[in-house]
Design a protein around this ligand. Sequence first.
Ligand code: ADP
Ligand code: MG
Length: 342
Amino acid sequence: MSEKRTEISDLGEFGLIDRLSKKVTIKNSSSLKGIGDDAAVIDAGDHVKVISTDLLMEGVHFDLSYAPLPHLGFKAVAVNVSDIAAMNAIPKQITVSIALSNRFSLEAVEALYEGIYAACDHYGVDLIGGDTTASRSGLAISITAIGEAKKEQISYRSGAKENDILCVTGDLGAALVGLQILEREKQVFLANPDMKPDLEKYTVVTGRQLRPDARMDIVHELRELGVVPTSMMDISDGLASEIFHICKASGVGATIYEDKLPIDKQTFDTAVELNLDPITCVLNGGEDYELLFTISQNDFAKLEKHPDIHFIGHITKAEEGKFLVTKSGTAVQIKAQGWKHF
Ligand code: ADP
Ligand code: MG
């Protein structure tokens, strides 16, 4: 009798999480939201706490041949803060755990922490603990972020309603295009170490890959304007994949419009230079860390003039599916080819 063996790659990351989470039952009434959103939500009396954790592995999530350690430290905090922002909450504390191989010196760890301290100042969070251990395979960084909000301020992935307006912040696709440039220049350098990488033209896209900024500014502005998104998440795996998550969690469909999708000029030009389709970069590029959210039509007037919020489409009934209307007016089904780790 042979033992059954299923490859993780057959399930994929989300398939695996679905499978593991099916066996979990919530025992404590203070666990308001468990697995399945950008962060868990815990009842804390007059407010709620939100908690999110992320693990970054050398060779999978970052490459130290082009990622400077201070940038990496900043990014490790920013991606967690982004998940707190995605709940419409304010980050307050982080813990930082690191595993280090003997390749790393004190100076290297201090360079990493320079970025972590800078991010703590930038987002107003306190570093309150963590763990340190040895590693046999390079560097791993795991950060947990804790945030706060009033219960009624929390935006879940599951709250989108038919006719709500779909919004995204900033612009999309830059981090993926930046990664392609960094990889290209790395290959050029490996082939000929005398060649100096030519990165000056690409600082916007490489900056977005190496040192992304979580959109806490938007969370604060939404509060000032008195808008609570009906649903929200951050864009870490690509817009298309995140639209699937919101639609699945909310039991709705969505239509978005190609001509409304925000792309930066340098992202567009660099994508073309790399023979990539800019719209594919916008839909499927990972690591943008912008916010995707829905608002009720009643709130549209409050956000209409915001320079960095783009209205890309609307929510439909689930049976209407998920469609992108191209510039020529054809509706094409959206495919969720997100960032795949497995
Ligand atoms: P995000 O991209 O927003 O960080 P993920 O896709 O990583 O979110 O995770 C989706 C949900 O699954 C979250 O609620 C997360 O806490 C949960 N999750 C991820 N990995 C595990 C795991 N190994 N065990 C339990 N829950 C997990
Ligand atoms: Mg997220």
